[in-house]
Every structure is written in structure tokens, then in C-alpha cells.
Write a protein that binds this ligand. Structure first.
Ligand code: A3D
Length: 320
């Protein structure tokens, strides 16, 4: 059977890391696409030359021609611009919306059967726009954010409790922005919910609140340290986890930006919710019940995303 084909639209920091991870994990042959002359070709050749040492079988190529993504099984979209210090994700909206239009049209023309994972910020609005521009089915277009935000939360928790990250399950809902909702009640250490761990004296409520806030600010913390761009190792790893779930029909339960049709009280937009990812794409949204406080935080986050979608419609009249 032929290897799956993975198209990476955007060959910058995340795109290059995605290509390297996809190769090392032998998920399929990789095509890097970018408008920057020589960048996708250069990264593809560099990664291919790591093959003999790493011992992977995966073809690598770089291109600026959409016809080369033809028949891709998975497209991961990072095209656009990233944050610099002092910028919010929302500041990227105008520029990246235009990019989503060209990417959406490129995917629709050449890879209409692909499972599409958007990473470009502001995430929840960009994945909505990308779906609108591409016209692909809603279950085949999603956004990566919840896996990353949950991984950040899990990392901070494992440090606080001094336990293996493998035993921490953390869970972040809502839009990928300052209003995201790290769920304390649904996050556990080996199945023990965080509120129980506070009662058991493993940590204090104050420390837990600080970890929740650090999770919300996780992207900005890295932007502040790097000064030239935003995080890319963990974002790429998170998207590869989602792509692998699709390609191997793993039925993974992963939080991601999915199109809601009434689930969690949301209709007609993308927002971070727990989903099941398998060969059918987003096969299911896990319609969990939130308590009053969680629902208020989630609604606030949904409203922030709605505002961004309205702003997109104001910029591009074809979206209204
Ligand atoms: P960067 O290294 O700048 O790469 C972006 C690439 O996109 C560059 O190589 C550009 O040449 C290319 N590009 C620009 N316009 C187009 C176009 N029209 N078609 C094809 N390629 C184009 O950024 P990055 O890889 O660090 O980040 C990419 C995006 O991901 C940014 O929008 C970030 O804000 C976002 N991001 C999201 C998360 C989430 O968790 C959602 C995390 C980190 C970064």
C-alpha cells in the first residue's frame, strides 16, 4: 500500500518541525509548501538528509506550487505570520485571513479529501474561515490548540506534583486565547481529580490558580523569551498527535477546535471542545456537562471567538 501523503502548508518554524516529526514517526511522505522562495525546498532537503542517520523511509519535497499537494491525505496549515512580543493572537487576524483564503482555495482545488488541521492564529477564527474558503466538510477541518494548551497544563502540573507527565491528564476547553478554560475538575493525576489533590494537601488552591493562569499565558511566556516568534516544538508535536490519530484511526479523545452543532450550547462555529479523532476525521464531539462556573468561563471564551468571526466577516464580504 502506498504511504500516506502529508502536505504542510507553511514551512516556517512549525512547518519544518512538523516535517521532521512526521518523517521520524514514518507517518507518510511529506510535501512542504511555502510562498518563500527556496524555504520549503531547503528544509525538505535538509530533513531528507537526516534520514540515513535516523533510518526513516519517507520522501520529502518542497514546493511553491499547489498542484504538488494533489491527493494529500492530511494538510496541516501554519501559513501566515506569528506573534512578536507585545502582540496578541488577535492582532494577526487581518493578515492571516487573506492567507487562509489562498490556502483554502488551494486545498479545495488539489486535496479536497484531506483531513485538514489548522494551526494559524487567531486559531478559532482562522479555522472557521479556512473551512468557509475551502468548502470541505466540517468534520474534515479542525484546529489544533487544545492538545497544546492541555500539554502545557499537564507539564506544569507534573512539575508541581513531582510525578510523571504520563500520569497527568489535563484538559483545556474554549477558544485559544486569553479566555481559554483550563478545566480543574476534569484534569487528573492517575484518575484523581485536581480538587481532590488540593484536599489531600498535594498542592494549595493558590498554587493551582497560578498554574491555571500560567497555562492561559503559556504562549505569551514563550513569545517573551524567544523575542523573534512564537512556540513551535510543542505546537508541532500536538498537531502530529492529531494527524496520527486520523491516519491510524486511533479514535483518540483529544481537545481541539471543532465545528459545533449544538454541543456544549454552541452552534455554527469552531471552538475548543473534547473530540474523538479517527478515520472519519472529527468523528464525535464529547458533549460534557459543565458546572456553572465552567459554563460562564466557556461562554465568555465563545463570545470572544464570535467577536473575531464578526471581524473576519467585516474584512471579507464573501464570508457573511
Ligand atoms: P513562521 O515561522 O513565521 O512560519 C509561517 C510561514 O508561513 C512562513 O514561512 C511564511 O513564508 C509562510 N506563509 C506566509 N504566507 C503564506 C501563504 N500565503 N501561503 C503559504 N505560506 C505562507 O511561523 P510559525 O511556524 O512559528 O507559526 C505559524 C502560525 O502558527 C502563526 O500564525 C502562529 O501564530 C501560529 N501558532 C499557533 C499555535 C496554536 O496553538 C494554535 C501555536 C503556535 C503558533
Amino acid at each position: 500500500m502506498a504511504r500516506p501523503k502529508i502536505a504542510l502548508i507553511g514551512a516556517g518554524n512549525i512547518g519544518g518541525t512538523l516535517a521532521h516529526l512526521a518523517a521520524i514517526k514514518e507517518l507518510g511522505d511529506v510535501v512542504l509548501f511555502d510562498i518563500a522562495d527556496g524555504l520549503p525546498q531547503g528544509k525538505a532537503l535538509d530533513i531528507a538528509e537526516s534520514g540515513p542517520s535516523e533510518g526513516f523511509d519517507a520522501a520529502m519535497s518542497g514546493t511553491s506550487d499547489y498542484s504538488d499537494i494533489a491527493g494529500a491525505d492530511v494538510c496541516i496549515v501554519t501559513a501566515g505570520v506569528a506573534r512578536k512580543p507585545g502582540m496578541s493572537r488577535d492582532d494577526l487576524l487581518g493578515i492571516n485571513l487573506k492567507v487562509m483564503k489562498s490556502v483554502g482555495e488551494g486545498i479545495a482545488a488539489h486535496a479536497p479529501d484531506a483531513f485538514v488541521i489548522c494551526i494559524t492564529n487567531p486559531l478559532d477564527a482562522m479555522v472557521w474561515a479556512l473551512r468557509e474558503f475551502s468548502g470541505l466538510p466540517h468534520n474534515k477541518v479542525c484546529g489544533m490548540a487544545g492538545v497544546l494548551d492541555s500539554a502545557r497544563f499537564a507539564h506544569f502540573l507534573s512539575e508541581e506534583f513531582n510525578v510523571s507527565m504520563r500520569d497527568v491528564t489535563a484538559f483545556v476547553l474554549g477558544g485559544h486565547g486569553d479566555t481559554m478554560v483550563p478545566s480543574v475538575r476534569y484534569s487528573t493525576v492517575a484518575g484523581i481529580p485536581l480538587p481532590d489533590l488540593v484536599e489531600m494537601g498535594w498542592t494549595s488552591q493558590e498554587k493551582l490558580d497560578a498554574i491555571v493562569q500560567r497555562t492561559r499565558d503559556g504562549g505569551a511566556e514563550i513569545v517573551g523569551l524567544l523575542k523573534t516568534g512564537s512556540a513551535y516544538y510543542a505546537p508541532a508535536t500536538s498537531a502530529i498527535e492529531m494527524a496520527e490519530a486520523y491516519l491510524k484511526d486511533q479514535k483518540r479523545v483529544l481537545p481541539c477546535a471543532a465545528y459545533c452543532n449544538g454541543e456544549l450550547g454552541v452552534t455554527g462555529m469552531y471552538v475548543g471542545v473534547p473530540t474523538v479523532i479517527g478515520a472519519g476525521g472529527i468523528e464525535r464531539i464529547v458533549d460534557i456537562k459543565l458546572n456553572e462556573e465552567e459554563q460562564a468561563g466557556f461562554d465568555n471564551s465563545v463570545n470572544a471567538v464570535k467577536g473575531l468571526i464578526e471581524a473576519c466577516k467585516g474584512i471579507d464580504s464573501s464570508l457573511s
